[in-house]
Design a protein around this ligand. Structure first.
Ligand SMILES: *Cc1c(COP(=O)(O)O)cnc(C)c1O
Length: 389
């Protein structure tokens, strides 16, 4: 179904993602593999389109958060290896084997369950062992007094029938934050990770094919942590200070249009709650873009959106389907004029900062009723409307 353009839409520039991929590849060198993190619908960019591009560009691995996300890629023709980073119910093990999907193993209970299921199915489940080196989320706990039991648990998992441990990985908690303490913490996590690998490999008598830990922050700041593969997400999409540092390009531009223009006298309260009251005759543009499209309501009355005459202040509360901008001094901004919410002109990083959040949350929030328009070589190559019709 052709989507209804000229309301609100997200332009995804595949050339920017390809550019970012190549720049990151140049940085990591020819001997390090590249895993593209495409969980959460590729941070809102469309996991099928992004994965197709990465496959074409020669990336080595993809990562998603769930079995459904992995199967979505397989069903849509993605052939490259896919790692599920999060929890998969044991009932899904047969399907993972059937579709050749790699599962993270995060503790003894899961290892035992997955092994038993795989044996029952008569197949082998490819797994990557997750080590908790200080993120304190998923993974075999290995820090401080847990080193011995952690290593023992991992060795045991690697020997279980029905499981084939292709890889081992850990996740950094503060690699993207600044300060000596954070750097020290990351270094400690990495040192522990390498010690765990060394002990496990010694016990097993063979090596893991793929050892990986570097997320966006570590890919840019800590080349010593690359090991066999890097695992960036945000960097690939071109947001955040590290993408900026590397001269990468933001892949998504959110755009909307002015649907209606109203002129109010001084003293008019705009939108729910009346948090903004005009102090003079004010020309207000109504935009068909609200929190149901992914705008964060916490930005009400705080940010500016970008018109052809420059930034226009957002006025009053953001509603479910609409918001209002002040275009009093922008006579050429008319009904139908395009407004950039974030993208090349209006930095998503600044918008995220104003909202007290991170760019990840803003791109993930773009909802399914916002059509995605895919661009390649300056041409529209696909329009995807995610509504069921
Ligand atoms: C999301 C995620 C990443 C990617 O993080 P970025 O900060 O976007 O680079 C890497 N590894 C794991 C385990 C993740 O959950």
């Amino acid at each position: 179904m052709e989507s209804t353009l000229r309301r609100t839409w997200a332009e995804i520039n595949l050339d920017s993602i390809a550019y970012n991929y190549k720049k990151i590849r140049e940085k990591i060198g020819p001997n390090v593999k590249f895993l593209g993190v495409v969980k959460a619908d590729a941070y809102g960019h469309g996991s099928i389109q992004v994965s197709q591009l990465l496959e074409e560009l020669g990336a080595d691995y993809l990562a998603v958060s769930s079995a459904d996300e992995a199967l979505e890629l397989r069903v849509n023709g993605i052939k490259m290896p896919i790692l599920i980073l999060g929890h998969t119910p044991k009932e899904q093990v047969g399907r993972l084997i059937e579709y050749d999907i790699t599962q993270a193993i995060t503790c003894k209970a899961k290892a035992d369950e997955y092994s038993a299921e795989a044996v029952k199915c008569g197949g082998t489940l490819k797994v990557h062992i997750k080590v908790d080196t200080g993120m304190s989320r998923l993974g075999y706990l290995c820090y401080d007094n847990y080193f011995g039991t952690g290593v023992e648990g991992i060795v045991e998992a690697c020997k279980l029938p029905g499981l084939s441990a292709e890889g081992i990985f850990t996740h950094f908690a503060v690699a993207d934050e600044h300060g000596d303490q954070c750097d020290e913490y990351t270094k400690k996590q990495f040192d522990l990770f390498t010690r765990v690998i060394e002990s496990v490999e010694k016990e097993l008598g063979h090596k893991f094919a793929i050892r990986h830990c570097a997320n966006t922050g570590a890919t840019v700041r800590f080349p010593d942590t690359y090991l066999d593969m890097v695992r960036p997400g945000l960097l690939l999409y071109g947001y955040g200070e590290f993408a900026h540092e590397m001269g990468l390009k933001p892949a998504m531009t959110m755009k909307t249009t002015v649907s209606t223009i109203k002129i109010y006298p001084e003293g008019t309260a705009i939108s729910y709650g009346g948090m903004f009251v005009t102090d003079k005759t004010t020309r207000i543009g109504v935009l068909p873009y609200g929190y149901a499209d992914g705008f964060l309501r916490s930005l009400s009355n705080k940010c500016s959106l970008y018109t052809k005459e420059g930034p226009a202040k957002l006025r009053g509360k953001i509603c479910m389907d609409m918001c209002m901008i002040d275009i009093t001094d922008m006579p050429t901004v008319d009904v139908g004029s395009e407004v950039e919410i974030f993208g090349e002109k209006n930095s998503i990083d600044e918008l995220a900062e104003l909202a007290g959040t991170i760019p990840y949350e803003l791109t993930c929030a773009v909802s399914k009723r916002v059509p995605r328009i895919y661009l390649r070589d300056g041409n529209v190559v696909e329009k995807e409307l995610m509504l069921r019709m």
